[in-house]
Design a protein around this ligand. Sequence first.
Ligand SMILES: Nc1ncnc2c1ncn2[C@@H]1O[C@H](COP(=O)(O)OP(=O)(O)OP(=O)(O)O)[C@@H](O)[C@H]1O
Ligand SMILES: [Mg+2]
Length: 249
Amino acid sequence: MKNSILSTTFNAEFPDKAFLDLLAFNEKMAELGRISAGIIHEVNTPLSVIISAAQLVMLEEGVPEAALEMVERIHQEAQRLSQMTRGILSFARRNDDAHGEIDVCRTIHEVVTFLRYEIGKRSIKVEEKYEQHLPFLPGGGNRLRQVILNLTMNALQAMAPGGRLSISCCLGSGGGTEIRIGDTGPGIPPEVLDQIFDPFYTTKKEGEGTGLGLFVSRNLVSELDGVLSVCSLWGAGTTFTITFPPHAP
Ligand SMILES: Nc1ncnc2c1ncn2[C@@H]1O[C@H](COP(=O)(O)OP(=O)(O)OP(=O)(O)O)[C@@H](O)[C@H]1O
Ligand SMILES: [Mg+2]
């Protein structure tokens, strides 16, 4: 495994202020994770009570049909909420990434599900294509989740309503897993394509983007022994590709 983002060797031109900002950013993300984990925990306790109570009523005899239907509905919706909170919690956990295996397609689909609200709000069409039986990758999935989240948010932010987000995961020509995230946004001008992975490069308004998303994502992908690349046609959309080697350690 390669160096973590904080121990990356920066060249002499890398400004101290930028490095301190990066540390502050990471600290903020950790704090956000801690706060959301606390809130989710508070929400989960009453949810478990609702689910158990609904199950008890469903086991009762003689409950009128109409009431039973309502209780089943309550049970179903509470289960759905509980699944959602579990998903958010796995985003918030930061230190469970060293062990285990990543089911890549499942991880990507979880992120898309997590972003359902953002996608719906922007009237974006989503096309997901997952090849079956892909090999699992080593790791706990949090880093990949963060990368997919960054790339998908960029794609959503780049598109006008009615745009199309295309996500696919398949075996690439080199025999490794290949993830593609494409959009029908305006594309990236060729003269800045080299700069988009630089820390703090952003075209977003003050307060709307830090310009760290792609820098952090490229580092996270390289920690997972993959490569993050981009292909963009000015005026015709952008596709980011993550390529993992055939036998990732
Ligand atoms: N899918 C895309 N379509 C068009 N431009 C993009 C796309 N993804 C990234 N960019 C360009 O690359 C820049 C850098 O992206 P990056 O994710 O690093 O930072 P950001 O999105 O501006 O800020 P942050 O990720 O911190 O919210 C963006 O500001 C945008 O100009
Ligand atoms: Mg971004």
